[in-house]
Design a binder for this molecule. Sequence first.
Ligand code: GAP
Length: 511
Amino acid sequence: MAEPKTADLMDKIVSLCKRRGFIFQSSEIYGGINGFWDYGPLGVELRKNIRDCWWNDMVRRRDDVVGLESSIIMHPKVWEASGHVGGFTDPMVDCKVSKQRFRADQIFFSAVVVDGKPVGYVTVLESERIAEELQEKAETFKRKKAIQGKLDPVQPRDFTEAKAEEIPLIPSPATGEPGSLTPPRAFNMMFETYVGALRDESAVAYLRPETAQGMFADFKAVLDTGRVKVPFGIAQIGKSFRNEITPRNFIFRSREFEQMEMEYFIADDDDWAKWHRYWIDWCRDWLVSVGIPASALSEYNHPKEKLAFYSKGTTDLMFKYPFGVQELWGIAARGDYDLTQHGKASGQPMEYFDDVKKRRYVPHVIEPAVGVDRILLAILCSAYCEDQAPDEKGKMETRVVLKLHPRVAPIKVAVFPLLKNKPELVKKALEVRDLLRPHMTVFYDEAGAIGRRYRRQDEAGTPFGVTIDFDTLGEKGPELADTVTLRERDTMKQERIKISELVPRLVEKVR
Ligand code: GAP
């Protein structure tokens, strides 16, 4: 199987998503709006399947996790107590010439040092090859300025590490010239709005930047009504909003996205590291169960010195996206910070009473937090394949196929009458469609040559195709009557199977 080069892969996925109706740029007819995306007919099904798989596995199939749907706009004090009003910031840098805005931690620079003496600076934006790109730029810089001597290896740093005296000397990534970058400034990423008729300070509210605070703010309400006992979790799926400085990489970093978060409350004297490990493993296994290969996943442990003071440890499950290895799922051990903060700020202690040990305490929390859109992108990247298949005339051509796991595939089975102008075939095909429809998503397609119809479904990621032909009608003898061809997307193998066997066979594979 030919694997597309990683540099092309993103372009191919974006183009397939548009062509097949998975994902469109939001408001495209008005030129689009940066950082916002729309999910088309296939995308919305894929997304829903991801959410449903997570909800079933995380909530419905467990005794120790309950669900919640909290409001997107909450009391502004929630965000003061959580620290978001004061500290949910990214360091931002403006280029005064190009008017472009960058995240400081995504600009990398190095001094160009010749014979031990600094002679200038070079800059690149974050990529897989930061050091190599800086070295290439340093070599070009030395050549263009005709500087003699030995070039030292570059020492990449990000812009947050730039000293005040270095900032005017560092070239802007937009213009390539020094002197136009501002020092980094903290930029709060929360979207503000107003609640009620007044538009003054007292009416300011925020679109939530994470779903997690809903679980903390409702902790008491769930505890008092949910018949839950520590250890237990509260899970939520919902939209979150962040005014990202540089939304990028398609749906990877957007301004409106959906999160699936779960707060798992454990006793203050419980072994947090054991639970942390348990949830990291759970998340990894879950990703594999929806079709992400374990080989594309890795773990990144946040260094102790970069953790928030209350954090005991954070591990990110990383996925090998075509644009680099990036965070997919964060699993954080947050101690009792959030509940304590809300207890203090609201005046209502967020405590749990252990009626066996007869003691009261604020539970600690382990938080697996993931974005639906990032999982969806990882699934698409894992599923995209190109191979060779014969066309109508038997000539080999490149076939684009999305090898989506049947659990998440938007359409589970496509039903085709061999010819659309044969009413008996059409009638039988519609009967098969109606037989399958109560059990799974079915797509009926009678338009065009059968090979083209297969290709369309391959690109949509439909794992099975059922073709109704003249044998089905019994024209080649009674033994083949009421049998159909079942085609498997990945192997393209076809087998003859009785219509009565379709439902049990397919249900087993798609659930
Ligand atoms: N409550 C913790 C929290 O929100 P986070 O690391 O900021 O932690 C959790 O976000 C997950 O949400 C990330 O691992 C990622 O999957 C997703 N996510 C965060 N920001 C995102 C964005 N701008 N676009 C898409 N997904 C995002």
